[in-house]
Design a protein. Structure first.
Length: 265
């Protein structure tokens, strides 16, 4: 229920007796940051791949077309969310994540040049402070999107993950960029809402302890992984909607994430 103080804040923000303008008001463009979920989707080497089963497909005896399917998927494959409970024992489950961590203003930090030069690149505090020197402080409550450019390899697992091997040997041979644990701690101090990346993990492929996951998720910050089309987004002025499948008690799940760019057509 909307409180009196919330109503007053909205009225003051509008500068008049009306409501505050929506971030979606006016012209703009939606950018889909989600890979299709299919049998071609890249999954962690130890996770079961996505399966789609045809239950019904075709014309019925009554003369109309009908189709229905069943699917089976691991929580953490394709474009998906990591809920805090994924790496924090008392962390929030995916159905409990507040919408304020999934919907809001976003910034985009581009480290594609560094990632192109080094497949095991770890995004550093220096990368983030360099972004701030140009664009200003990352706001409290922002969604931070990290662009490595590795979505260009999707769905070629060998190029995207650094290996096409499956199982534990595949997991040991992963090579892709991710977030340095020190940079994760720096983002926690900034009190961001959530973080996303266009690789298979917030941690780099060669991470053995998943320090960035642990640091973020102990602070109840969820992560979006296997994003795409971040090259279409500017560094600031982005509004993101990231809505996962609401699995009760889940540690993650498939995610549909989109970005709104105001003033663009």
């Amino acid at each position: 229920m909307t409180t009196r103080s919330t109503i007053l804040a909205l009225l003051l923000a509008s500068g008049s007796s009306g409501w505050a303008a929506s971030p979606l008001d006016g012209e703009g463009t939606w950018i889909d940051l989600t890979h299709d979920l299919s049998s071609e989707s890249v999954f962690w080497p130890t996770a079961k791949p996505f399966e789609l089963t045809v239950d019904a497909e075709g014309m019925t005896e009554q003369g109309y077309y009908y189709s229905a399917y069943s699917f089976c998927t691991a929580e953490h494959g394709g474009t998906h969310i990591d809920a805090p409970v994924h790496f924090a024992e008392r962390g929030t489950t995916v159905n409990e994540i507040p919408l304020s961590r999934l919907i809001g203003s976003a910034v985009v930090v581009d480290v594609s040049s560094e990632s192109r030069a080094d497949r095991d690149y770890r995004i550093t505090v220096a990368d983030l402070t360099r972004w701030e020197a140009t664009h200003g402080p990352i706001p409290q409550g922002a969604i931070v999107l990290l662009r490595t450019g590795y979505d260009r390899f999707w769905p070629d697992a060998e190029q995207y993950l650094g290996t096409a091997e499956r199982g534990s040997s595949g997991a040991a041979n992963l090579h892709f960029p991710g977030l340095h644990a020190d940079a994760a701690a720096w983002l926690v101090e900034r009190r961001i809402a959530s973080v996303g990346i266009d690789t298979a993990s917030i941690d780099p492929g060669q991470s053995a302890r998943f320090e960035s996951h642990v640091t973020l998720m102990q602070a109840d910050i969820p992560a979006f992984e296997n994003l795409t089309n971040l090259e279409d987004l500017p560094p600031t002025g982005v509004f993101v909607v990231a809505l996962p499948v609401k699995i009760r008690g889940g540690s993650g799940g498939p995610l549909r994430i989109v970005a709104w760019l105001p003033g663009r057509r």
